[in-house]
Ligand binder design. Structure first.
Ligand code: NAP
Length: 340
């Protein structure tokens, strides 16, 4: 068996400069256990990943593991790197969109993560529609509803207050569409600095990326490897895997790396921040190396650009609000917000 790759100096990890000048490491460790990896395993990975050079951790209240990750982050800041060298993101869960719940939810994440501020706080989904952990694909919350802009702005107003109170440094969105962001950017006092979204070679969203870059909003790509371990509720027969794409695999062979490394190099070289999940030391080390060593050539980038299959994996069916709807209704594919 090959020895583990060496640790990496965090100064060598690429960074992206956000709209207000802060620098976010271009790779973070994802922490969603997809309903089958324990919080203890993920917390152990957070601590070890920090030791080998990760400084960015993508958390969320709904992942159900923030108290354990908080223990790990506490150890990190005592033994590996001071708090100010870390980038920690958390997210407001869907059942906490009411104005009265936003600040208290953020404070709960801060208590759990043992932090006195977050670098980034995201509204996890633009709908207040809840689903239970481990639910199946047909699950719906009984009071599910569509995107209602006035309601979203009430939530966003509280997100803005979190910045004013110094509890979070930046705020952002996740699982948005251009149509919804257009409305938010028109009405926000504090603009989102990041949008977290599904991005991988089989779901490249080039028009959305161009819109974000134009608006100085940093795209953070989730499922950058096509989420091979995603929950059952997010699997359909037509899904494809970027890790099995022949073009990605051929380039991986040329570079003598796993196809995962090629997906990450491509993503970071096109300007994304990536947050691959792993609890396997060999994999999370390799992922960090992927974005530091041996970049792809322009020709290789072009070849991967041509593999797009517009294949969304995290479709969000559980957030639909009416009978007989398609998951596509969640994503405003016609360019306007799907009517209620
Ligand atoms: N904002 C949102 O709504 C949202 C939605 C989904 C995800 N996210 C965030 O994005 C993160 C990443 O997404 P994800 O976990 O769904 O998918 P992902 O990062 O694309 O895939 C993770 C899977 O790939 C495997 N893997 C990781 N590195 C590998 C390597 N070098 N070689 C081979 N296999 C490798 C992992 O297994 P091992 O553990 O065995 O390495 C794990 O099963 C989440 O953890 C979460 O933080 C956010």
């Amino acid at each position: 068996m090959k020895p583990l790759q060496p640790t990496i100096d965090p100064a060598l990890v690429p960074k992206r400069t956000l709209a207000h000048g802060a620098q976010i490491p271009a790779i973070g460790l994802g922490t969603f256990g997809s309903d089958h990896v324990s919080g203890a395993q993920i917390a152990a990975a957070v601590l070890d990943a920090a030791r080998i050079g990760y400084r960015h951790f993508d958390c969320a209240a709904v992942y159900g593991n923030e108290p354990l990750i908080g223990e790990a982050l506490h150890t990190v800041s005592k033994t590996v790197a001071p708090r100010e060298d870390l980038w920690v993101t958390s997210k407001l869960w869907n059942d906490k969109h009411a104005a009265k719940d936003v600040i208290s939810s953020c404070k709960q994440s801060l208590r759990d993560l043992k932090l006195d501020y977050l670098d980034l706080y995201l509204v996890h989904w633009p709908f207040p529609n809840f689903h239970a952990p481990g639910c199946d694909i047909d699950s719906r919350s009984p009071d599910a509803r569509p995107y209602i802009h006035a309601e979203f702005m009430e939530t966003w107003g509280e997100m803005e207050r979190l910045v004013e109170q110094g509890l979070v440094r930046h705020i952002g969105t996740s699982n948005m569409t251009v149509a919804k962001l257009d409305l938010l950017l028109k009405d926000a006092r504090v603009r989102p600095v990041c949008n977290e979204m599904e991005l991988h070679p089989h779901f490249q969203q080039p028009e959305f990326l161009a819109y974000l870059f134009e608006g100085h909003i940093q795209p953070i790509g989730f499922c950058p490897l096509g989420s091979p371990g995603r929950p059952e509720r997010d699997r359909t027969p037509e899904d494809t895997s970027p890790l099995e794409d022949p073009v990605v695999c051929a380039i991986a062979e040329d570079h003598q790396v796993h196809p995962a490394a090629i997906c990450l190099k491509w993503a970071v070289q096109r300007g994304e921040v990536v947050i691959p999940f792993s609890v396997n030391p060999r994999n999370y080390r390799a992922n960090l190396h992927a974005v530091v060593d041996d970049p792809l050539s322009p020709e290789e980038m072009r070849k991967i650009d041509a593999t797009d299959r517009r294949c969304r994996l995290i479709k969000g069916q559980v957030f639909l609000w009416k009978e007989n709807q398609s998951w596509r209704d969640l994503w405003d594919e016609s360019g306007v917000i799907t009517p209620a």
